[in-house]
Design a protein around this ligand. Structure first.
Ligand SMILES: [Zn+2]
Length: 120
């Protein structure tokens, strides 16, 4: 399964976009790029480059299914509702039935931000 994390780095203007390919077992790759002119027009600053980190992991079926549930905005099957369930579900924008609302908590990274699962 591919994992991808998108971040914005603050106050680090770069002259050229670049990529670091760490390779290895999980094929870790880091890409830094300056926001495009269009992205700058909508408020992304030139001095705050985008950073995308990708990697690959081979997941057992049960974990893959849990990520697929998250991508479908559902709590994974068998999830336990702990004592702080009410607070937890409010923070991450989950309804009583375990359906996650599109926006989640807005924090990245967070389980509620999983938006697609591709296995290979
Ligand atoms: Zn969250």
């Amino acid at each position: 399964m591919y994992f991808r994390l998108d971040l914005t780095v603050r106050d680090m203007q770069i002259e050229n976009d670049f990529e670091i390919d760490y390779g290895g077992k999980h094929q870790i790759k880091v890409v830094l790029r300056t926001p495009t002119e269009e992205e700058q027009k909508i408020g992304h600053k030139k001095e705050n480059p985008f950073c995308t980190i990708t990697g690959q992991w081979l997941l057992k079926d049960q974990y893959l299914l849990a990520f697929q549930n998250l991508a479908n905005k559902q709590m994974p099957e068998g999830s336990k509702k702990t004592d702080d369930w009410e607070i937890f579900r409010q923070i991450h924008n989950i309804d009583q039935d375990g359906n996650m609302k599109e926006k989640g908590c807005g924090d990245k990274p967070c389980f509620c931000q999983v938006n697609s699962v591709r296995n290979s």
